[in-house]
Design a protein around this ligand. Structure first.
Ligand code: SAH
Ligand code: F3S
Length: 447
């Protein structure tokens, strides 16, 4: 039997998809890239913006015909749209056999069995307060390549007014640190060199579990795992960027010098309407402290343009902020009203689409200029790369990432995938660097 899975959205969804594949494998499903060959199709969905949600409905539309031709085909929908829509999804799409929410990957065997037994269509969308639902049923067997995701927590207790995540992922819940550390150790035994720790607000790790260690302490534990070379994490809320976490960047050798610290806007009045809990000056003071303790650390950010009521002046403050902070990269999004959110209830989505598009273009143009300037300054330097696989454009060349998370495409001699190489940077665009392989120094680079 064959499983086809399509993943939308963020890294948490990619990680969840790995667990879906593992669970299905334990039931005898082998993964396929060809949707026509599948006996089971799973869409793991995202609802962070309206566009992402619409993509799911168009994908479901395309699957209707396949289902008519192939009666035994089973279609399941999981992830954030599933959590948001629950039974409504079964009503809206009669060819969907089951729906499973963000806490319900473990329910997959049950849901499938019900469909196979009697054609019963269920939506499993309960939230659990016991973090064991995050543990993998099948154990992790999936990981390919030198990098792996590890979820450390789920949910979010913040109340950013634009954000649907707390509604579709639930309240903050942390995995036990012992389970996380042994998962990292198991991954390292299988050749993983870099782990990316995942959570909607990793700074809150452990805070709601009595007796659990804090996030900086967790980083310190993982830093001690022999054979692991690199640690990354995402995402960190600026309000909770603690002195302890700043110290971790200064002291832990495996923690890579890159922080994704979404600012969302450069305007205090917009930040207030977004309920982000900080003013720009406070954000910038934290960035400064971080840069003091960890000079040269790469910073990236998320920006929302066209938040309700965003004036020209407020938007200009975002552009000014980009010049002041000088991020290495930003991800910019046009505001999209989301169900159940405070912003959708309080404010009309009143910035015209055309204006949002123009503002998006302006953010990208400013950031492009900054990224290019920063990348060019790296030419001539020597960087440590983890070689990840084939380059995007030239498949006979490999690419890797620096500790600051910059993509480097290798020209000339090609180091092996999975190795840690020293390279000299010889070229730069706004999006990537070109490098020449110097050597791969096992002794000094492996723990
Ligand atoms: N802390 C979370 C953020 C999730 S949403 C995490 O785990 O990464 C990722 C980004 O999507 C946010 O930082 C924000 O910039 C953007 N976003 C969220 N809701 C949005 C909305 N309603 N419209 C447009 N962009 C949104
Ligand atoms: Fe969303 Fe804000 Fe939490 S962006 S995930 S509510 S920190």
């Amino acid at each position: 039997m064959k499983l086809f899975i399509q993943t939308y959205g963020c890294q948490i969804n990619e990680y969840d998809s790995e667990r879906i594949v593992e669970t299905a494998a334990a039931l005898g499903y082998e993964r396929t890239d060809k949707v026509e060959d599948a006996d089971l199709i799973v869409l793991n969905t995202c609802s962070v913006r309206d566009k992402a949600e619409q993509k799911v409905y168009s994908a479901l539309g395309r699957l209707r015909e396949l289902k008519e031709r192939k009666r035994a085909l089973i279609i399941g929908v999981g992830g954030c749209v599933a959590q948001q829509e629950k039974e409504r999804l079964l009503e809206r799409a009669p060819h969907v056999d089951f729906v499973f929410g963000t806490h319900n990957i473990r329910k997959l065997p049950e849901l499938l069995a019900a469909v196979q037994r009697s054609g019963a269509r269920h939506a499993a969308t309960d939230f659990y307060r016991d973090p064991s639902y995050m543990e993998s049923l099948a154990g992790r067997t999936l990981v390919e390549g030198p990098k792996a995701y590890v979820a450390i927590m789920q949910g979010c207790n913040k109340v950013c007014s634009f954000c649907v995540v707390p509604h579709v992922r639930g309240r903050e819940l942390s995995r036990p640190s012992a389970a996380i550390v042994s998962e990292v150790e198991a991954l390292v035994r299988r050749g993983v060199k870099e782990v990316m720790l995942l959570g909607q607000n990793v700074n809150s790790y452990g805070l709601t579990s009595p007796g659990e260690i804090t996030f900086p302490e967790l980083l310190e534990r993982i830093n001690r795992v022999a054979g692991l070379a690199r640690i990354r994490f995402t995402t960190s809320h600026p309000q909770d960027l603690s002195p302890g976490l700043i110290e971790a960047f200064a002291t832990l050798d495996k923690l890579c010098e890159h922080l994704h610290l979404p600012v969302q806007s450069g305007s205090d009045t917009v930040l207030q309407r977004m309920r982000r809990g900080y003013r720009l000056a406070e954000y910038r003071a934290r960035v400064e402290r971080l840069r003091d303790r960890c000079p040269g650390i790469a910073l990236t950010s998320d920006i929302i343009v066209g938040f309700p009521g965003e004036t020209e002046r407020e938007f200009d403050q975002t552009l000014e902020m980009l010049y002041q902070v000088e991020y290495d990269d930003v991800y910019a999004f046009a505001y999209s009203a989301r169900p159940q959110t405070v912003a959708a209830k309080l404010y009309a989505d009143d910035v015209p689409e055309q204006v949002k598009r123009e503002r998006l273009q302006q953010v990208l143009a400013v950031q492009n200029e900054i990224s290019l300037r920063k990348n060019r300054a790296a030419i001539g330097s020597v960087e440590e790369l983890l070689i990840e696989g084939a380059a995007k454009l030239k498949k006979d060349q490999v690419m890797g990432r620096t500790r600051k998370n910059k993509v480097v495409n290798l020209v000339g001699a090609q180091p092996p995938v999975g190795s840690i190489a020293r390279v000299r940077i010889v070229g730069a665009t706004a999006n990537s660097l070109a490098g020449e392989w110097l050597d791969s120094d096992r002794d000094s680079l492996y723990a």
